[in-house]
Design a protein around this ligand. Structure first.
Ligand SMILES: [Zn+2]
Length: 138
């Protein structure tokens, strides 16, 4: 029988976001990364740290769990029309943040530009292709 994780992906994400800096904060990013390190999945792309809110980040969606991956939408209280996507992965019974991506501003999350795959986000609808180039498992 599989062991059930004690805390849900939303629990873990809520703790992470409580510490997340705002756009206006001047933060020591190295200290921030160090503090968050226990929450991060191996291979977390630190470009995700530059995704910061004008207001406050809050979780407004249910969590979608597929296998060992959970996806949750996060909204900026000052910019609520554009969701961000948090991807968490399960490892040894605990959830870790794997990615934190803003919605693609070119295709608005559809992954499609006209009749082509969106080349800004790599047709994923999230983040920038340069950030997630090596992570095509969205
Ligand atoms: Zn796009």
């Amino acid at each position: 029988m599989a062991e059930k994780p004690g805390r849900t992906p939303s629990d873990v994400l809520r703790e992470i976001l409580a510490d997340w800096p705002k756009k206006s904060d001047s933060v020591d990013m190295d200290a921030f990364k160090l503090r968050l390190a226990p929450y991060l999945a191996a291979g977390f792309n630190s470009s995700g740290f530059s995704n910061r809110p004008f207001g406050e980040f809050s979780i407004l969606s249910n969590e979608l769990v597929v296998g060992d991956t959970a996806k949750i939408l996060v909204y900026d209280s000052a910019d609520p029309q554009y969701p961000n996507l948090a991807v968490l992965s399960l490892s040894h019974g605990k959830w870790y943040l794997k990615k934190f991506l803003f919605q693609c501003a070119s295709c608005f999350g559809t992954g499609v530009l006209g009749t082509d795959p969106c080349d800004t986000c790599g047709a994923t609808g999230w983040g920038l292709i340069n950030w997630s180039r090596h992570e095509t498992d969205l």
